[in-house]
Design a protein around this ligand. Sequence first.
Ligand code: FE2
Length: 205
Amino acid sequence: MALIVKQIKTGAMENFTYIIGCVEKREGAVIDPQEDLTEVLESIKALELNIVYILNTHGHADHVAGNAALKEITGAEIVMHEGDRDRYPDADVYLTGDMHTMLGNIEIKAVHTPGHTPGGVCYYAEENLFTGDTLFVGDSGRTDLPGGDRPKLGESIRHLMNTFSGDTRVWPGHDLGSMEYSTLDWEKSNNVNAREYGFFVPFEI
Ligand SMILES: [Fe+2]
């Protein structure tokens, strides 16, 4: 695989930060950096990556806490969706829809997935989907906070399931499930809200 994926668990809320990168060009991105950057910085060094993007899945504090410090160290551009500008006003790039960009030789797609917040984004690269608080292993993000919208979240998750292959690996924003990652196929059958997304297949004897 030409894509590097490193999952790092930090913080009091079981958050996952991810480092992704292009094996050939050694360009990388950090998804949702936390306040404690120790392990992230060690891993960036060990992986010999030049970090060019800080990609935020949304603007909640527990997903952006490390943005400023990591930008200071790496010079990377902070990317966030326009819909969460009022939650985090200091990004360099505000996405206004789906977006494609390159990380070395790797194509990254940003997919707008509102519902947990209006500016929720999932990032896709080479059959890996970084879902933030849109989709957890076995569950999905809460929608009772300001800007949350339950039907929109269901629609966003249905869109992901209809767009990407079932083998696509799901990398969530928090470690709240029975395992650290899953696949879209696994979520179609096992997610507690799978029926809502239209994919639940009842077990038949
Ligand atoms: Fe959140």
